[in-house]
Design a binder for this molecule. Structure first.
Ligand code: GTR
Length: 323
């Protein structure tokens, strides 16, 4: 130490300060590194780090390293984890309004979903998260979800009769399967591959990027493009972490999260195409051009069960009326 001059010491100290994170926020994602949601939060992290001169760092833990989605949401509520990126479907038991937002065939297209989520309805829904100790920071794209299975090409609802499909762990999706005459097996994402492989279930449902990156395409090659669900995805922060931040830092984080949604949505569009191509090359059979009308009509009992109060009826109507 005695060989270092005071100037050198001062330089070292300032380098240390500039490079050191005063606060490191841990963010969870079920998807692997490189997946659009993981890269979206990394883009957010880069902006936050830059705008806070390295004071606030966000570390993304991919591939369910911090736990399965539902568990990590609860941990985020309690402030054990600072952030989580997850599908609205996994928030159903915690934030009631996400049940309505997870109704089958609620959104007509991805553009429709973006218009709803980026407008006043998106703000309203954010308030529902805050009541449950979560701060909604950005809505990400999850495309549309369709059925895939290991047994046979599904062309119609009749083909689903009696088959067993994994769904996310929520009642809306269980009821959706019953309405289609199939059996729902709710389970965490990480258990789906082996459950299909060992025949515990016949298949599952998801978008092309998940079907591809999870390896499900290897064990369930029949993919029916029925697009029964378009479920928004969310980057949320623990309210207890949020309250530790200064209003200025909150603003930086909000802005960076919003900007990251643009990055994520672009990456998403590319990944959807790339994954579709990849699974087809690897031997998946995509059943297109099916008649969706019977699928849409079959959902009537699900809407009857969940859209019961005047408030929920009004919300669904406003969503349907959004361009
Ligand atoms: C994916 C979604 C994940 C997770 C998963 C699942 O499409 O991005 O957040 O919800 O589906 O089915 O569990």
């Amino acid at each position: 130490m005695k060989f270092l001059t005071t100037t050198a010491l001062a330089l070292l100290a300032s380098a240390g300060i500039a490079g050191a994170c005063e606060m490191t926020l841990r963010s969870s994602d079920t998807h692997p590194d490189g997946y659009p949601t993981v890269e979206g939060v990394k883009a957010m992290a880069a902006e936050v780090e830059e705008k806070t001169d390295g004071r606030i760092c966000i570390e993304v833990f991919p591939s369910s390293q911090l736990g399965e989605e539902k568990d990590t949401i609860e941990q985020t509520q309690f402030g054990v984890i600072d952030m989580v990126r997850a599908s609205f479907g996994s928030f159903n038991d915690i934030v009631p309004v996400t049940q309505l937002m997870s109704l089958p065939y609620l959104f007509r297209s991805v553009d429709h979903m973006h218009n709803v989520m980026d407008g006043p309805i998106g703000e309203e829904i954010a308030a529902g998260f805050e009541e449950n100790d979560l701060i909604a920071l950005a809505y990400y794209d999850g495309g549309s979800r369709s059925f895939y299975n290991s047994q046979k090409p599904i062309q119609s609802i009749e083909d689903l009769e009696g088959m067993k499909f994994r769904v996310m762990q929520n009642d809306v999706f269980v009821d959706m399967m019953s309405a289609l005459g199939a059996n729902a097996t709710p389970m965490p994402y990480g258990e789906v591959y082996s459950s299909i492989q060992t025949g515990v279930i016949d298949g599952a449902e998801n978008n092309f990027p998940s079907y591809d990156s999870s390896g499900h395409a290897e064990v369930a090659k029949y993919f029916t493009l029925d697009e029964h669900l378009m479920v928004p995805e969310l980057v949320a922060m623990s309210k207890s972490t949020w309250e530790k931040l200064s209003p200025e830092d909150q603003q930086i984080i909000r802005e960076a999260a919003r900007n990251s949604a643009t990055v994520q949505r672009e990456l998403w569009a590319e990944q959807e195409r790339a994954s579709e191509e990849k699974v087809v090359e690897a031997g998946a059979e995509i059943i297109r051009d099916i008649d969706k009308t019977p699928f849409i009509e079959a959902m009537a009992p699900v809407y009857e069960k969940y859209v019961t109060t005047p408030e929920s009826q009004d919300l669904v109507k406003r969503i349907q009326e959004t361009e």
